[in-house]
Design a protein around this ligand. Structure first.
Ligand SMILES: [Zn+2]
Ligand SMILES: [Zn+2]
Length: 728
């Protein structure tokens, strides 16, 4: 319904590709001025508005893009727009205090960063102009939004009064009088107790009612006063100083990279949505169109409400739902969980969103054929030990359904190793990405043999612990007996792996022979020891498998090398009864969970079994556990000593081959990887500029300027989904 209503409205929503949207916008602004005079433009305005009409275009950009806009204006519109006052670049609120309404009537383009709209001084001035108590600055939620909406509703009345007033002074005093009345009006005073009071305290508070006033919540007068630029005697509203952007009806409103506004703050979104303009354009190279909510946010900026927020699972990402719920009251949050909308209702909404997009959204195809681009794919094969570590992590994360566990409680060594790699990664997928991108392996594990030795060491350490605990258990068994037969039962539990079972039986025998080695604590009971033993035997299985897996990969690689040199066939299959001599390494499969090698014949048709085909092995058999030798690359070739993993090494090599003045941009997934990449490039003497996603708009501006101004900076490292990556 809303869409239909607005089709007649002269608003345009133009989303162009990142390339050239600035130029296109400037060209269209200039074309209008070439055809029409300022007065003629004002005559084209439709609809009634009490606000001050201006033929200027208001361009609102992210902080880091404002200089770029200014440069493009100077570059593409040099003749016309270099006169003073035609282009106003207002980078902060202080600059606004040196301007009057007249400045915006003279201007053709007004360029502002969006941070100005959330400046507390801007809101303070809005309070002065609408005779309202000052907003509570620290609150960015719903209360502020309500205040803002109220103030903007009042603004046209104020503007009308301003234009009718004989002088700025007259207007200032009538606003002051209005504010005086309001400050004493109970409607404009907060009387809510700050704490929730119960029982007697509540009764007392209730009887006093109006006297319970929380000083934090009491409204304050806005600071300062309304002034004119050349004294307050000025006879025209045009001399009003600190003219807010909301006072005007603009010829054109351009919001650049609107996607960043919509996910920044809903207060900012509301503020921008309430700017009045004859034409509204919102620009983005990469508009978010994931769900209804995204489209709704675009629509809001051009003054269309597509409907209410809906929280049904699946209709909205968890993150977005969380953000939206943060602004609801407890009762509303409760209601939002109860919500039951039909599928049809959602389908209708999507249809409406699509209709909106079809009507208002355009994508410009930039004509950039003359710029030659080539796509060059550089396949990277991870080194064998890197690959093995990655596979191990992948195996683990898949086994816990890509959910991390609480690291502090992890008892398994494998889990601990994994949690070390998962550290600082918010999701399991990120941990995997990082694991395949970077491989520094603690400095010590640089070669496959080292990795095998580390695994062997881990296994031996565990065996020492195991023997220790077994001896204590045996002693306790002799002394107090085994009342619930728990210890006995544990001994007959399957270990899940034939090698682990052998080690266990062997160690139990050894422990029985010598019980004088370790003395149990007085507090120890056999029952507790059994719990420890169960944990250790599980861990034993896990470590034996880890070691076997690594050894298997190594063995097969060696065999593969020998095979290509014409060595004789060997029996490699782990199945005992199998007599196959392997002639082709490609006939073998490695099971990543237990490290067993299975030949083609033994696996044939058994992929659907639950467990490994090797006798005594209870490892689960799953499609993604079955690997071929091709899955593992060759041993890493060390490049100049230190390797950061094949991927980063290859990137560094490519960058070293970038010719003299050419520069490169590297996109990576997150800030950690930016730092890893920088460290790698530093060690290769490649000058690089990292731009972390968490840096401020100001910092980003500096880094980008530095990169553009010096070709010495070979590479700019950006985070894929950070806002700094937009609009470059
Ligand atoms: Zn076999
Ligand atoms: Zn197995």
């Amino acid at each position: 319904v809303s869409v239909k209503k607005s089709v007649n409205a002269p608003s345009t929503d133009s989303i162009t590709r990142s390339y050239g949207k600035t130029v296109t916008t400037l060209a269209l602004i200039d074309e209008e001025f070439a055809k029409l005079s300022t007065t003629e433009i004002l005559n084209t305005f439709t609809g009634k508005s009490s606000l001050i009409p201006t033929a200027a275009t208001l361009i609102i950009t992210p902080d880091h893009l404002i200089t770029q806009w200014k440069q493009e204006i100077c570059k593409f519109l040099p003749g016309v727009y270099n006169q003073t006052g035609e282009v106003l670049m207002i980078t902060n609120y202080t600059m606004l205090s040196k301007l009057s309404v007249q400045a915006f009537l003279n201007a053709k383009i007004v360029l502002v960063p969006w941070s100005i709209f959330s400046n507390s001084l801007y809101l303070n001035q809005l309070a002065l102009l609408t005779a309202l108590p000052a907003p509570k600055v620290q609150d960015v939620g719903r209360e502020s939004k309500a205040w803002l909406e109220y103030a903007l509703d009042e603004l046209p009345t104020s503007v009308k009064l301003l234009r009718e007033s004989a002088s700025i002074r007259d207007f200032a005093s009538s606003m002051k009088a209005k504010l005086d009345i309001r400050m004493n009006d109970s409607d404009f005073q907060a009387t809510v107790p700050a704490k929730r009071l119960k029982g007697k305290a509540y009764q007392t508070a209730k009887s006093k009612k109006q006297t319970v006033r929380n000083p934090d919540l009491a409204n304050e007068r806005p600071k300062g006063e309304i002034v004119g630029l050349d004294g307050n005697n000025a006879k025209s509203f045009k001399f009003l100083s600190r003219p807010l952007f909301h006072l005007f009806k603009w010829n054109r409103l351009v919001i650049d990279e609107f996607a960043l506004v919509t996910n920044r703050s809903s207060l900012l979104l509301s503020s921008l949505a309430r700017l009045e303009a004859e034409k509204r354009w919102v620009l983005s190279g990469t508009p978010p169109l994931d769900d209804f909510h995204d489209v709704k946010s675009i629509a809001k900026l051009i003054g269309i409400n597509l409907g209410i927020d809906a929280f049904s699972p699946g209709a909205l990402s968890n993150e977005k739902a969380k953000g939206l719920r943060a602004e609801l009251s407890s009762a509303e949050v409760f209601q939002s969980f109860q919500e039951t909308r039909s599928l049809y209702w959602h389908i209708q909404r999507y249809a409406q969103a699509r209709k909106f997009l079809d009507t208002f959204v355009r994508q410009n195809n930039a004509k950039v054929d003359h710029i030659r681009t080539t796509t060059h794919l550089e396949p990277v094969r991870l080194g064998a030990s890197h690959r093995a570590v990655y596979e191990e992590l992948s195996l683990y994360l898949n086994s816990v359904n890509m959910r991390e566990r609480d690291c502090s409680k992890s008892t398994s060594d494998r889990e601990e190793r994994v949690s070390r790699s998962v550290q600082n990664c918010s999701t399991a997928e990120k941990a995997l990405l990082r694991s395949c991108a970077v491989f520094t392996a603690d400095g010590s594990v640089n070669e496959f043999k080292d990795l095998i030795n580390v695994r062997k060491g881990q296994l031996e350490n565990l065996k020492v612990d195991l023997l220790n605990e077994l001896q204590i258990a045996e002693r306790l068994n002799k002394k107090d007996g085994d009342p619930d037969a728990k210890y006995k039962r544990w001994q007959s539990e399957p270990a899940g792996d034939h090698d682990a079972a052998k080690v266990l039986q062997n160690y139990i025998k050894r422990a029985r022979k010598r019980t004088d080695m370790t003395r149990p604590d007085r507090k120890n009971t056999l029952r507790e020891k059994v719990l420890d033993l169960r944990r250790l035997s599980r861990e034993l299985t896990s470590r034996i498998r880890s070691l076997r897996y690594i050894q298997t990969i190594h063995q097969l690689q060696q065999y593969n090398l020998g095979y290509s040199e014409g060595h004789e066939a060997e029996k490699l299959c782990s199945v005992e009864s199998c007599l196959n001599l392997v002639t082709r390494p490609s006939d073998l499969r490695i099971l990543s969970l237990c490290g067993h090698i299975i030949c083609k014949d033994c696996l044939n048709g058994k992929e659907l079994r639950d467990t490994c085909v090797v006798e005594g092995c209870a490892a689960e058999l799953d499609q993604y556990h079955i690997k071929t030798l091709d899955d593992f690359g060759q041993e890493e070739n060390m490049i100049d000593g230190k390797s950061f993993g094949t991927k980063l090494d290859t990137i560094a090599e490519l960058l070293q081959n970038v010719e003299n003045d050419d520069q490169a941009i590297l996109f990576v997934q997150d800030d950690d990887l930016i730092i890893e990449a920088k460290t790698c490039f530093e060690s290769r003497n490649i000058p690089s500029l990292p731009l972390l996603a968490e840096s401020s708009g100001e910092q980003a501006k500096d880094v980008i300027e530095k990169f553009k101004s010096s070709t010495k900076q070979k590479v700019l490292i950006l985070c894929l989904d950070s806002e700094h990556a937009t609009g470059l």
